[in-house]
Design a protein around this ligand. Structure first.
Ligand code: SF4
Length: 327
């Protein structure tokens, strides 16, 4: 790596002539599901006027939420905070069946911004229940996507599995009719280990053809794996409650590279650059590209940045908008 950087904490100590190699991962940032969810709120504002209510953060990014608030969106956590006569959008993470059922009961105008890849998991869950299977759902407790997917099936027919250790504690036998599904934004590596543990303990278990981890999550993790070994530090732009962003930090750390989650350029500390010759930069699926440019600009204030884009794959996925917003 480059020559060690001797600064302590003050920005004035930084030698701006020291080059900083910046490896920018591609793909990074917005996925097709996030693009679609944001466009749904914007189109709903155009079509119905302000305010448009949004149940839960439309995507887990404060910058996105604040931008939409400025355009007239009102964010709430539950439907009982929404007046009956106001339009409401459900977030990209998906909702339990009880939520649209309540909206229909109250005759509300609602638009579902659930990512089509999450909806696909919902349909798989319904099919597995129809076949009489008990679902073992691999995911993180409390995440809205997990709440939404577990809320697609009757209570008692789905169990959450968070770790390999959880598999040993499951109260099932090899005679039980079992299937599994996964959250879309998990660690590819951790999930593979959990699925292997499930298949070891329950050889009869059936699952989807491929795990349900979405293309955007897998691609961003693969891109970090590509750059992390060449970096002294990896910066991931994303929110602490963004599952796919937190997983990107873990991927880099597991490769032995220091990694930090930041929400914006203002989170950067100049002392992080001490002794650092190469930084990797990526962004979770809910972080806009503007935040990436802000980070590059901030680093450029401190060091002579030499940017390289490292592309591991091209993404062309686009999801259609709900017809009620395009008619
Ligand atoms: S991260 Fe994946 S599942 Fe989530 S919104 Fe994006 S494409 Fe959809």
């Amino acid at each position: 790596m480059n020559a060690p950087f001797q600064s302590t904490s003050a920005t004035s100590d930084i030698d701006p002539r020291l080059p900083l190699q910046l490896l920018i991962a591609a793909p990074r940032g917005f996925c097709a599901g996030v693009d679609r969810a944001i466009e749904i709120v914007e189109r709903a504002l155009e079509k119905y006027g302000s305010p448009v209510y949004v149940r839960h953060e439309i995507v887990h990014n404060r910058y996105v939420v604040e931008s939409l608030k400025a355009k007239g969106a009102v964010f709430v956590e539950e439907l009982d905070e929404v007046p009956d006569d106001a339009p409401v959008v459900f977030s990209a993470h998906g909702v339990p069946k009880t939520v649209p059922a309540e909206a229909e009961r109250r005759n509300m105008l609602y638009v579902d911004a659930t990512c089509p890849l999450v909806s696909k998991v919902h349909r798989q869950a319904e099919r597995q229940i129809e076949k009489g299977q008990h679902i073992l759902f691999i995911g993180h407790e409390g995440h809205p996507e997990v709440i939404g997917t577990m809320g697609q099936v009757p209570e008692g027919r789905i169990s959450l599995v968070e770790t390999v250790a959880d598999v040993a504690k499951l109260p099932f036998t090899q005679d039980d009719d079992l299937s599994y599904l996964t959250q879309t934004t998990l660690s590819v590596d951790d999930t593979r280990k959990i699925v292997e543990a499930l298949e070891d303990r329950f050889p009869q278990i059936v699952g989807p053809k491929a795990e349900d981890i979405c293309y955007a999550t897998s691609n961003r993790q693969a891109a970090v794996k590509q750059i992390a070994p060449s970096c002294d530090l990896v910066l991931v732009i994303g929110a602490p409650n963004s599952s796919n962003s937190v997983r990107l930090v873990e991927v880099a750390q597991r490769m032995g590279t220091d990694a930090r989650l930041i929400q914006r350029a203002t989170d950067l500390e100049p002392e992080w650059l001490e002794g650092v010759g190469t930084i990797g930069l990526t962004a979770g699926a809910s972080a806009p590209e503007q935040l990436v440019r802000e980070v590059v600009d901030r680093l450029s204030e401190w060091r002579q940045v030499e940017e390289t884009i490292v592309t591991t794959t091209e993404e062309k996925m686009v999801f259609k908008l709900p017809r009620q917003l395009t008619d």
